[in-house]
Structure formats: C-alpha cells, structure tokens
Design a protein around this ligand. Structure first.
Ligand SMILES: [Zn+2]
Length: 239
C-alpha cells in the first residue's frame, strides 16, 4: 500500500474510533443481549421504572401514589441528587422500592473516558449505599448510552433497558399519548420507563406533573383490572 493510502486508512480508523467507543459499543452490547435486560425474564407483569430523581416534590408525590396502590417500582437515581435528598431515598427503601444507579451526574457514557465512567458509577453506588446500607444491584446508563468500558465497570450490576418509553419528559407528549400508551402496555414482562424529574437539557421542568396526573389515572384502572406489577430482578437472581 502506498504511503498516501496508508495515511488515509489511519486517518479513517482514527476518525471512526470515537464512534466505535460509544455508539458502536452501545449497538453491539444491545445486539448481543449480554448483561442487558430488555424485558423481565419471567415474561410476567409490568415493571415500572423511574429515572433522573430523586426530586423533592415529584418523587414524593410519586411515592404517595405507589403507596396508595401498594405497587413497588424501580428508581434509577442520580448520585448528586441522592446526596441532596437522602431522606427521599430512605423512604423509597423503607417502602420496598428498588434503587438503582443512573450516573452521579446525568452524563452520557459516549462522552466519558473510562475513568470518568468508573467514577460516575462508583460515586452513585456510594451515595445510595451510604443511605440504605446495601449495595445497589441494577444500573441504567443515561439515555441507554454505553461505551467500550461499560460492561467492565458495571460488572456487579444488571443493566436494565426498557420495552416502553413515551417521551414523558415533554409536557405535550404527556398530554397527547401517554395515557393511551400506558393503557396499551402488555403485562408480559414489559418494562416502562418514566421520569420523576424534568431538569435535564431538553426536558420540560413541569413534565413530571403531567406524567404523574396520567400515571394516577392509569394505575387506578390497572389495579381495578388486577394488572400485576413486578420489580426488576437484581443481577444475581437471574440465570
Ligand atoms: Zn436519565
């Protein structure tokens, strides 16, 4: 190969490397299903999962709602917010909910170096275990974005994705389509992803108010129909 061609090849590989690190790794991990749960393995019931909290108003209202219907859920929490609102995490735990890692700040793994990713996971783990005295067992990377080191640093945890997401971070989407979307989720191991905080870029601050209004209507109907709600099993319970 001529020098010119080799130079182009090297340039090409270097240009593609960042894509392989982030998008490529995410696609590959999702494709192989390795360590990634996309549906409850027992293929029974519906798992409710809530990302991006805890929030001092919305999460408390959500906990009241879940308590009213005696439903247990999974919360993928942000480490820095756990340190701000430890009492909410304590309440979640005492009421039987599962608490998992989202990231310490709401960061994309595509933009994190390996050591930054390790820190995001470790600090969130620490924030949670400092409050509840137990290690979290489940992990959901923000936006579902992973990188080439995700599997390595998330070894102790089950990575959890979802079967249904409704753009509930937008007020408009909550008002148009969320309730019907929830009503149509089959109880065959579906994992619903909702958000109890609206402060991420691109989200509406007030979106959780609208999400909670629709969730309340949905839960009242679902409980009447005896829909079964399940919690995501932790890593060591699967296999
Ligand atoms: Zn998130």
């Amino acid at each position: 190969m001529g020098k010119r061609k080799t130079a182009w090849l090297v340039t090409g590989i270097l240009a593609l490397a960042p894509l392989a690190y982030g998008m490529g790794a995410t696609a590959l991990i999702r494709l192989t299903n390795y360590k990634v749960m996309k549906r409850i393995p027992a293929k029974r019931g519906i798992a409710l999962t809530f990302d991006d909290g805890p929030h001092p108003v919305y999460t408390l209202r959500l906990l009241d709602l879940l308590q009213q219907y005696d439903i247990k859920a999974t919360f993928f929490v942000v480490g820095e917010k756990v340190r701000m609102y430890p009492k909410i995490i304590e309440r979640m735990y005492n009421e039987g909910h599962q608490i998992g890692i989202h990231h310490d700040r709401h960061t994309s793994s595509w933009l994190l170096t390996p050591s930054q990713l390790e820190k995001e996971i470790r600090e969130t783990h620490r924030a949670i275990s400092n409050v509840i005295g137990e290690s979290p067992t489940v992990y959901r990377p923000p936006w579902g974005f992973m990188n080439a080191f995700t599997l390595y640093y998330s070894k102790p945890y089950q990575i959890v994705f979802w079967t249904h997401v409704f753009q509930d971070w937008k007020v408009e989407r909550c008002e148009d389509g969320l309730l019907d979307g929830l009503r149509n989720v089959p109880a065959n191991g579906s994992i619903i992803l909702l958000h109890d905080d609206g402060t991420n870029p691109g989200a509406d601050d007030l979106a959780p108010v609208h999400m909670l209004d629709k969730l309340e209507i949905y839960l009242e109907e679902a409980v009447k129909k005896e829909t079964e709600f399940v919690v995501v099993p932790p890593y060591n319970h699967i296999k």
